[in-house]
Design a protein around this ligand. Structure first.
Ligand SMILES: Nc1ncnc2c1ncn2[C@@H]1O[C@H](COP(=O)(O)OP(=O)(O)OP(=O)(O)O)[C@@H](O)[C@H]1O
Length: 278
């Protein structure tokens, strides 16, 4: 399912935090949203998934404006994994994952065998089948994160919207989750902080800075040391990864030259070394 974000703007707390963002996400591709804290990633994802209304612009799914969809129809198309979850439910993990099946139900009643099988499979896919009978509130942060990802998978939607899904995960589970995202045929919009993992896992990355989309394209086109210095204020070196050959960033320290304001386009010109790196 294709996701089109057109000239989207959004306000939080009465002030503009996302301005004029347009992104086309082709069906089955993975879009990574990158940017410093407060740059507008979560806000953009909330609006793109229909959780919040834009102040202007529109979001459409295969050409249908999401505002034209009923709540249930939207929930059959888009599953959301939000960044902060305050669910302290004393509910068994399997029941938590089964919540993802609600949009597919026909009203109140027992979960069908098919729903239970789907929820169990989702738990298996995230390596959390052994947690099925535990109470959700008694899980660690990383375990919760995997269960919530299983709930999003169990919702069985063509579009997944994931806000920093790798939070709390150890490195093995970060890689596993991103590989799982890559291997689904769903359209994925995902906010990430790890630039190297984003480059490894996304077809396209969009870099937000102060609510504006500064750069959008293939990771190898978008990510380079000048952009990292300008947007994140950190000096870095890019090397070819010895195993994959992919460009990999080594981060040094905060750049003393980092600008306070919005970077200008000329600051994104690449170094010779980066142009040559694979
Ligand atoms: N509920 C709110 N009320 C007022 N301002 C808000 C609210 N939520 C977010 N903001 C502000 O909107 C801006 C964008 O926040 P947002 O959460 O979208 O950024 P982000 O890129 O996801 O950040 P992070 O990487 O820290 O998660 C920030 O300046 C933030 O302080």
């Amino acid at each position: 399912m294709r996701v089109d974000i057109e000239h989207l703007a959004a306000h939080r707390g009465g002030r503009p935090v996302v301005s004029d963002v347009s992104i086309q996400v082709p069906s089955g591709s993975v879009l990574g949203l990158l940017g410093p804290n407060g740059s507008g990633k979560s806000t953009l994802l909330r609006v793109a998934s229909g959780l919040a209304a834009p102040s202007s612009g529109r979001v459409s799914l295969d050409g249908t404006d999401i505002t034209a969809l009923k709540r249930t129809d939207l929930a059959r198309r888009v599953a959301v994994m939000a960044q902060e979850h305050s669910e302290e439910f004393e509910m068994p993990v399997l029941d938590m994952v089964l919540l993802g099946r609600i949009p597919h139900g026909r009203g109140y009643g027992r979960d069908s065998d098919q729903d239970i099988a789907t929820a169990q499979q989702a738990l298996e896919r995230v390596g959390a089948a052994h947690l099925a009978d535990r109470s959700f509130s008694a899980l660690s942060g990383g375990e919760r994160q995997r269960v919530l990802f299983a709930r999003a998978l169990a919702q069985d939607t063509p579009v997944l919207v994931l806000d920093e899904p790798t939070n709390h995960l150890d490195i093995a589970h970060q890689i596993e989750l991103l590989d799982l995202i890559r291997s689904t045929d769903r359209t994925v919009l995902v906010a990430l902080h790890d630039l190297n993992l984003a480059a490894r896992s996304c077809d396209t990355v969009g870099v937000l800075h102060q609510g504006r989309l500064l750069s959008l394209g293939a990771p190898e086109e978008v990510l380079h040391t000048d952009l990292i210095r300008s947007v994140f204020g950190v000096d870095s070196t890019s090397v070819a990864h010895p195993l994959s050959g992919r460009r990999h960033f080594l981060f040094d320290s905060r750049s003393p030259k980092s600008p306070n304001g919005r970077p200008t386009t000329h600051q994104f010109s690449r170094t010779q070394e980066e142009t040559e790196a694979p």
